[in-house]
Design a protein around this ligand. Structure first.
Ligand code: HEM
Length: 202
């Protein structure tokens, strides 16, 4: 394979993995909201909703590593390692690329705190987890601003589908019916107060 066709292969892989990451991140946000609701989904019992949410998040990070790894080799974008961690300092489309870097930084914070949840405690974990609501639009803007395919009908259709799913999930999350099902602010994994035995109810 000549070096130019290898460049081309990496460029295609970089774009493809970017699109799959965006779709996965969308599913992760929607499944995160479903997990918080404490309800099962059609075909998925409660515990499976949480497991799919977690595993889709980890898979999204793997895809993102491939996305930045392949685009690091792209002779047009000419990314430096610093561009992968520090937003808005690159020379190639700095604003749109910087949003991608910001999204990646937030994703790393979300995953690391989730893996360390037992150590840092639920309060700190939840405080960081609110970042997910900021990371997703940042990733969407990066996808539409940076990409070669941004103007194509298929990428616009995918972005519109992602937006519709997240908008519907957030609308459900902020509806009054949502907290009714969770019993107020009670979260997943936090057991309900134990029922008192009738013989001690005097
Ligand atoms: C939340 C994290 C990210 C997501 C969801 C994401 C997703 C995407 C998507 C969907 C595209 C459009 C691909 C296309 O046009 O077919 C794209 C393009 C691109 N992304 Fe990302 N990205 C993320 C982070 C990053 C980071 C951290 C970098 C590097 C610093 C980066 C570098 C690029 C570049 C250079 C392009 C343009 C590729 C091209 O069309 O030539 N992305 N990204």
């Amino acid at each position: 394979m000549s070096s130019s066709s290898l460049d081309l292969a990496f460029w295609y892989l970089g774009r493809g993995t970017g699109v799959v990451s965006l779709v996965l991140l969308t599913l992760v946000v929607a499944l995160g909201i479903a997990t918080r609701s404490g309800r099962p989904l059609p075909g998925l019992p409660r515990f499976a909703v949480a497991a799919v949410h977690r595993n889709a998040g980890l898979l999204a990070v793997v895809l993102l590593v491939l996305h930045v790894g392949t685009l690091l080799l792209d002779p047009v974008a000419q990314l430096r390692l610093l561009d992968l961690v520090l937003p808005f300092v690159g020379s190639y489309r700095p604003l749109w690329l910087g949003l991608g870097t910001l999204g990646l930084d937030m994703m790393v914070a979300l995953i690391v705190t989730s893996l360390l949840r037992a150590r840092i405690g639920v309060r700190a974990w939840r405080a960081v987890h609110w970042l997910a609501y900021a990371a997703w639009p940042v990733a969407l803007l990066h996808s539409l601003g940076t990409g070669t395919d941004a103007g194509t009908p298929w990428l616009r259709a995918i972005a519109a589908g992602c937006l519709a799913l997240v908008a519907a999930a957030v609308a459900w999350r902020t509806s009054t019916g949502f907290s009714d099902a969770t019993g107020g602010r009670r979260g997943i994994g936090v057991p309900a107060a134990p029922h008192r035995r009738p013989d001690v109810l005097r």
